[in-house]
Every structure is written in C-alpha cells, then in structure tokens.
Design a protein around this ligand. Structure first.
Ligand SMILES: [Ca+2]
Ligand SMILES: [Ca+2]
Ligand SMILES: [Ca+2]
Length: 181
C-alpha cells in the first residue's frame, strides 16, 4: 500500500478536473469536462445518455463543493481536493453513492453501441476529454483489458475508476485508467 501513490493519482485527478487550468476546481470546470465528453461522442445533452452524464457531473460538483470546499469560496483548491478526496472517498467510502453513478454514466456514454463493452476507439475519445496524451492511451487500454479480448467492459471501467480514485495498491489495474502514472 502506498499513500504516496494515492496522493500522486489525486494530484493528477485535480489536473483533469481543473479544465480551464486556473489552479482551482469550480463548477464551470465540471460542466466543461461534461461538455467535452458530450462533444467527443457527438451526444446531445438532452438524450438519455447525455442527460445521465450531465446529471452525474452535477451531482459530483454538488458533493465536491459540499464536502471539499472547506473555506466556502466556491472553489476547490489543490489542498482542499487532496484532503477532502481522501477523507470523503478513500476513508469515508462515499465513492459508491457519488462517484459510481457518474463513472457508470461516463462508461455507458463511451459504450456507443450499447453492447456493454468499450473498444479502443471509444476509450481514446474518452481519454482525450480528460487530456491524456494520445501516445499513452493504448498503454492504458492494454492494462485495463485484463483478458486481452480487445475491449473493456463497462463494469471493468467503473471498477477501474474506483481503483484510480481510492486504491493505494500499486498493483491495481485501475491505476492505469488515465495512462502511465
Ligand atoms: Ca478551474
Ligand atoms: Ca475552497
Ligand atoms: Ca476485455
């Protein structure tokens, strides 16, 4: 177990969420990330999959601001993020109620043909929304495709998300969700 590893992953996650790069995570960042995913997949925000995603990101923002924004300035600083993510989702075990539905909404958006599996192209579209360099995407996909059949199931993707944000196990496949650490 490595708390250093988890801290490193959370710092990277902060970078994913700070979409406009101003050093803090605000509501606009979450909306921006959701919009990037919708545009990437050509999905309307009012479709069933689109509205699940928009709702999921809204719930995440509501929760992050309620739990993590300790000084109530409407923004989450890197320090607030690191401390709050650990107490709320790693030790506090709130992942399943808050993150899991949003992770599932993202995974289902990626599964464009609805067969329960995400292929390399769909995965590439997802990771480009999170800013992962193109050269790292195939490495990440190979690590997540545990049985090597060329696809990652929606369930595996949701579990990988949980591992990325909450696991301190250096051997967790989900550490590779956004490419090499
Ligand atoms: Ca920001
Ligand atoms: Ca704050
Ligand atoms: Ca597979």
């Amino acid at each position: 177990m490595s708390t250093e590893l988890l801290r490193h992953k959370l710092d990277r996650a902060f970078g994913h969420l700070d979409v406009n790069g101003n050093g803090k995570v605000e509501r606009d960042d979450l909306l921006g990330l959701g919009a990037r995913l919708l545009i990437g997949f050509g999905e309307s925000p009012t479709s069933a999959a689109g509205s699940r995603l928009v709702h999921g990101f809204d719930v995440i923002w509501q929760t992050l601001s309620a739990e993590l924004d300790v000084d109530s300035d409407g923004a989450i600083s890197p320090q607030e993020f690191r401390t709050g993510m650990t107490s709320t989702f790693v030790e506090g075990d709130r992942f399943d109620t808050v993150f899991r539905p949003a992770a599932r909404a993202v995974a289902e958006l990626c599964d464009t043909d609805g067969d329960g599996a995400v292929g390399p192209e769909e995965f590439r579209t997802m990771l480009s929304a999170f800013g992962t360099p193109h050269g790292d995407v195939d490495t990440a996909f190979a690590r997540l495709d545990l049985d090597g059949d060329g696809s990652v199931s929606v369930d595996e993707l949701v579990e990988a998300t949980r591992q990325y944000y909450t696991s301190a196990d250096p051997g967790a496949a989900g550490n590779w969700l956004f490419g090499p650490l």
